[in-house]
Ligand binder design. Sequence first.
Ligand code: GSH
Length: 342
Amino acid sequence: MDAKPLLLCGVPGSPYTRKMVALLRYRRIAYRLVPSAAGAPGLPVARPHLLPTFYLPGPAGDLQPVTDSTPLIRRFEAAYPGRSVVPSDPALAFIDALLEDFADEWLTKAMFHYRWHFAEDIDKAERILGCWFGEPQDDAALAKVAKLVSGRQIPRLRYVGSNPTTGPIIEAGYLRVLAALEEHLRQHRFLMGSRPGSSDFAVYGQLTQLVQFDPTPMALAVKHAPRVCAWVALLEDLSGIEVSDDGWFAADAWPSTLRTLLGEIGRLYVPVLLANAQALHAGQPQVQAVVDGQPWVQQAFPYQGKCLAWLWRDHQALGAGARAQVDRALAGTGCETLFVTP
Ligand SMILES: N[C@@H](CCC(=O)N[C@@H](CS)C(=O)NCC(=O)O)C(=O)O
């Protein structure tokens, strides 16, 4: 990659767009954001069409649409030196990747659930998200677009697994994750220490919506988690903070608040990830799991099958010392069951 600004396309209502824009700012990587949900003019649309879409030079030098924030973050690590978001200690880097995956794949369930379940949230999302499609529009046009947006997104609740059975589990989980983050931020600046890791940006991305946009989860955050609300506002632009090599949590000093967060991953995400993999393996369309002692049902989701495979690969790739440290940290959190050979 050369020093030309990176081109990407996305909108403020997309948590993964917010994740990546904040990451680029922190990393001081020059970028140009095309603020559109419809793709950059004159350039091909990604398949599947996901936001954000980056346009990166392909083998022939022409710009190709590329999506998926997690591998893109690793690609930018290799291409742009300095201000890394991957902790230098491989054990901590693994924990960072696990937390990133939890934010991208589980916290987004809360984001989608709150936005498209409660009348007040749906009303706000319809009227505002609709403005990010296309050109300026009059009220009649906006009203149409608003209904198109909700008409497309509400049926997607089934992909994230929000339904009458899972809704209460998602809501209780959101409150506990807020509490765990609030506790962590009492003593630490970022999830990974005094400098941010990729998980900080992933959590930030989902929380830009949950604590800054959608009224129901925002009111809960304001009431219960003031530090989290303040942290999300700060994460947006970390271009001016200076960080040093010793800013990551030291190997012998991972805080207990990190373990509390791992406990939420073990309780909320791991059972769904494992049951999803089983359903995919058996070719079953429905996932059935027990989450937090209660039944969980949702449609099987191939992408999260890949997430589990990536976590497995990264766990396997750890050296013996780092793996032992990771396994000690995960023991008893529920996350350890991810890496048990069946
Ligand atoms: N795993 C992807 C997820 C990206 C994603 O799901 N983006 C959402 C918006 S935040 C999207 O584009 N959904 C399809 C749509 O709205 O048409 C990533 O990390 O970038």
